[in-house]
Design a protein around this ligand. Structure first.
Ligand code: NAP
Length: 294
């Protein structure tokens, strides 16, 4: 550890130098921020130290090196175990927790931080390590508005900072929902790729067409969001009745080609239920009720 550097104070401390933590620290360094780093396995700090980071010998040294402390570990229990013993050293500083977790864990962490006079922001990194430092990448934040305002500029080094407001649980809630969206899109794309692939169409040929279609679909989502908020689902574009007939073509094509049909069968079943309940004339957005468990 270089004590002179620590005494001079860093702009930011990064705790946890796994794949993501190393990318975060690397982005701060690349943007010219004085960066202090710590990792449980010290060797993971070697490359960053060689690139100019200050290596802290202990967690306490790391958290007192900067007003802004970013933590990115495997999970929340690792974060609690690491930070509980240094809570007093963290008092008066800002903690940004970019470790994935549930909204409930984030809110628990926020109240722990408030109890120790620590300004707390929870975050959701909506990219992989190679996307950190790219302005096109979104990083979601929720929690202390003062902390976000004070450190917005530094956090912008990691990617576009999206402020979701004062409820610390929201970044994790959005993160979970957005990952669910990603898995659903991956599932639909992989199913479609298998389907067209059965007739010899390469994934690389099909995917640009699929990308254009996703742009159209996101336009539908924007329209349907208004309907969901209004609780009113005019079937003035494509009714559930019409789509229930259309999905049978997909199921038929899949059966003929030996494609696993469970994904479209789920959608077919949700549509059939809506029709059975007398809502076949509504738009597809009506199916939000099925997910709400109504
Ligand atoms: P990783 O490469 O496995 O790194 C895990 C880090 O956690 C390492 O620094 C590890 O230290 C540390 N750690 C684990 N248990 C610990 C403990 N009990 N005490 C102290 N340190 C501990 O994982 P990662 O990909 O960097 O992911 C880190 C977080 O970022 C996760 O919450 C993940 O969900 C989130 N995230 C990752 C991505 C991604 O694409 N990778 C994207 C978005 C969000 P050691 O080196 O000593 O093992």
């Amino acid at each position: 550890m270089n004590r002179e550097h620590l005494n001079a104070q860093s702009d930011v401390t990064v705790l946890g130098l796994g794949q993501m933590g190393s990318a975060l620290a690397g982005a701060f360094l690349a943007a010219g921020r004085r960066t202090t780093v710590w990792n449980r396995t010290p060797a993971k700090a070697d490359a960053l130290a060689a690139a100019g980071a200050v290596r802290a010998g202990t967690v306490a040294e790391a958290v007192t090196a900067s007003e802004l402390v970013v933590v990115c570990l495997l999970d929340h229990s690792a974060v609690s175990a690491l930070l509980d013993p240094v809570a007093e050293s963290l008092a008066g500083r800002t903690l940004v927790n970019l470790t994935s977790g549930s909204p409930e864990q984030a809110r628990e962490m926020a109240s722990w931080a408030a109890g120790h006079r620590v300004r707390y922001l929870d975050g959701g990194i909506m990219t992989t390590p190679d996307g950190v430092g790219d302005r096109a990448s979104m990083i979601l934040y929720s929690g202390s508005p003062e902390a976000f305002a004070a450190h917005r500029e530094t956090l912008a080094v990691l990617g576009d900072p999206v402020d979701l407001g004062a409820d610390a649980g929201l970044a994790s809630l959005y993160d979970a929902g957005l990952l669910g969206l990603m898995w659903s899109v991956f599932g639909g794309w992989l199913h479609a790729t298998a389907l067209v692939g059965a007739d010899g169409v390469a994934a690389g040929t099909f995917t640009p067409v699929a990308e254009r279609w996703l742009t159209t679909v996101s336009g539908f989502m924007r329209r349907y969001a208004g309907q969901i908020d209004a609780g009113h689902y005019p079937g003035d574009d494509a009714t559930i009745d019409v789509q229930l007939v259309a999905i049978e073509h997909l199921l038929h094509a899949g059966r003929e080609r030996g494609i696993d049909g469970r994904l479209p069968e789920l959608h077919r079943d949700l549509m059939a239920k809506a029709v059975a309940e007398g809502n076949g004339g509504d738009s597809y957005a009506r199916l939000v009720d099925a997910f709400r468990g109504r």
